[in-house]
Structure formats: C-alpha cells, structure tokens
Design a binder for this molecule. Structure first.
Ligand SMILES: [Zn+2]
Length: 374
C-alpha cells in the first residue's frame, strides 16, 4: 500500500470521527476550504500546456462516445463506488467523467483527432493513434498529480490541526512552510511528466516516433461494461521478479504500460502496449510469459491490472451495483497503489499483494459473459 494511500486512510479514519463530532456539512466546508488553499499553489499554471493560450477548456481522459456506450441516462459509475472515500462522488455525468483542464479547446480538438474518431477502429490502431493515446495519458497523469496536491496538502493541514487545535489558528508563514515542503515532491513528479509530454509531442511533430510493442490488440464483438484509458507501472512479473522497483523514486527509471478498453457501439477495442518513450526493456520476461497465455487469460490479466493498479476506470451503473458487493474486488480496488509508492517497509507483503495470481479472484469484466446486452 502506498504512502499516499495509507495517509488517505488515516485521514478517512480521522474524518469519520470528526464527522461524528462536527457534522458532515461542517467537515465538507472545511475540506473545500483546504482544497481551495491547495489549488492556489498551482495558480501559476493557468495556460494551455500545449500552446500557452489563456483560455483552457474541459479535456476528457476517455472520449465521450466511448463512455456513452456504457452509460445509463448519461451517467457512469466511477471507482469510488468500490473505494468509498468521503466527499467524492460515486458516479459522474458524461461531461465530468474523467474531466481535467490542461489544454485549450483548439489543442484538445487537434492533438487527439485520429484516436477520438470512432471510424478509425476498423483495423489495428496506427502509430499516430497510439502516440495520441500516450500523449493524453501523460496529460491525465499531470492532472492527477496536480489534483492530488490538495490531498497531500491536507496531510500538512491535518498535522497543523493537531498542533494548533485548528490549522486556521496557525501563523500564515508556518502554514506556507509546511505546505510548500510537502508539495515540493509532488511538483518534481509533475514537472517530469510535463517534460515527457513535451518530448513525445516533439517526436510526433518531427515524425521520429518509435513503434511501441503491442502486447495485445483485439476488437471483440460485444460491449464490455467498463471503459478505461491510462498507464500502469507494473512492479512484478509472473515469477514475482521485479519489473519496476516499488521503491524507485527516479522518474526516468520507471517504465509504464498503456492499457485501453474502448467500448464502441457494438464492439470493444482492448489494447496494451509499451511506452513510446521507453529506453529500457524491463518487460522482456513479462512479455514472454504474457504471450504464452491464451486470449481468455490475456483479458483476465488486463482486467486485473486495471483494478489493481488504477482507479481511473468507469463502469456501467447496473454492473457496479453488483460489483460493489464483491468483497475481493473491493479489497483489490482499495489496495490500488498510487503511481509513485514509497516508504515500503515490507517488500514480501507488497509482492504478495501484487502477485499476478490474484487475477483469477475477481470478476473479469472483459469476458463475453459479462458483456452488456445491446
Ligand atoms: Zn492550446
């Protein structure tokens, strides 16, 4: 379990106690205030990340027509229906699901044009589409790092609460010092991802893209109840040997995989591929074991990686009603690791938790028996 997640759990435990004492509305007000303060630390980033235009618009992690395929009355369930954290919605409208704001409208329409066109999925996606998906994943990562800032800042405020009764009683310079210290690491990670975004964009503009290794591509003739687009950083292969060291902090050493589950009108495109900026081949042994799995096994593994390594999935609401009663899935969703875990004390427990053998314990939403009825 990552440090951020553990701290989040601490906050949750404390929050439950505080809600009982102060009431839900009072606590929500306080958290909104903390979020408002923490957001202020990014106030220098109001420009479009691609062209520096002042007018940023709403960008979406997963194209709307894909979410639409798994929606009911314009709504989809998000991972919080399993994780159950306070003050976070469990379902979203299509306009707000996976929404972030880093690009202006013009760049948003231009940069992802090929992959956001439903007519481009007849064949295997081309290199440009894979690059556009990766570029979006980097953007989403930047947005997540920025959004996790309030949570990280909240840890500092919580500590001040303990020392001063209420953080608002603390001197302003103490608040500033504590919050800037704890947010400095977050800023480094964000800046590195911004650098990766710029580098990939440059390769796209200069036609110097290298074809990634496509672990899996399949267009199945049914609609899965789940939509997903993100990158995961695998820790261990099938033998339990390290792919990416969980305590590695150096962003340059981390190698990710991109996973896509794209529900279309009557089919679904499922893909997993290596990162376009990868310099190493950390996945070589994993690659060989993966190739040995049959199609069913490959889908089962991809399904597991999504729930184990990410919380960025969206699920059909009727399915979520069933899934939210599945204890094993809830456990795995809650243990989901943040992208940069640190402070891992017990490597053996971590390895057990991330063992790929866990893939058979949870429902496989990519299997034909779980398809949506169209
Ligand atoms: Zn722009």
């Amino acid at each position: 379990m990552s440090k951020v997640y553990r701290l989040m759990e601490d906050i949750r435990n404390d929050v439950e106690e505080q809600i009982e004492r102060n009431g839900y509305v009072a606590m929500q007000k306080k958290y909104n205030f903390v979020q408002h303060l923490a957001n202020g630390y990014w106030s220098d980033n109001k420009l479009c990340l691609n062209c520096a235009n002042r007018k940023k618009s709403n960008n979406h992690a997963i194209p709307r027509f894909m979410l639409n395929a798994i929606s009911i009355k314009g709504m989809v369930s998000n991972s919080n229906a399993l994780i159950d954290a306070h003050f976070i919605k469990k379902e979203n409208g299509l306009a707000e699901a996976g929404a972030f704001s880093l690009l202006c409208n013009k760049c948003d329409q231009r940069l992802f044009k090929a992959y956001e066109n439903p007519n481009n999925y007849e064949d295997e996606p081309n290199l440009v589409m894979l690059a556009q998906i990766s570029l979006k994943n980097y953007l989403k990562r930047i947005s997540i790092r920025r959004k996790s800032l309030p949570l990280i800042a909240a840890m500092a405020y919580q500590q001040l609460d303990l020392e001063y009764g209420d953080f608002r009683n603390a001197p302003r310079h103490i608040i500033d010092y504590r919050v800037s210290k704890i947010t400095a690491i977050n800023r480094c990670e964000t800046l590195y991802t911004e650098y990766s975004f710029a580098k990939l964009r440059e390769h796209m503009m200069t036609n110097t893209l290298q074809k990634p290794y496509l672990f899996y591509h399949c267009k199945v003739d049914y609609v899965t109840p789940i939509a997903f687009q993100s990158q995961v950083r695998l820790f261990y292969d099938f033998n339990g040997d390290i792919i990416n060291n969980p305590s590695e902090q150096d962003n340059e050493q981390i190698e990710v995989l991109h996973i896509c589950i794209f529900p279309l009108q009557s089919s679904t495109v499922i893909m997993m591929y290596s990162d376009l900026l990868s310099k190493k081949d950390s996945y070589a042994i994993f690659k060989a074991s993966f190739e040995e799995l049959d199609d069913c096994g490959k889908l089962c593994l991809i399904n597991f990686l999504v729930f184990k390594y990410s919380d960025e999935y969206f699920i059909h609401k009727d399915f979520m009603d069933i899934l939210s009663k599945n204890e094993e899935l809830i456990k795995i969703a809650k243990e989901m690791d943040a992208f940069y875990p640190d402070d891992i004390i017990n490597m053996e427990a971590h390895k057990n938790s991330f063992s790929l053998s866990g893939m058979k314990k949870i429902p496989n939403l990519l299997a034909p028996n779980n398809a949506l009825k169209t």
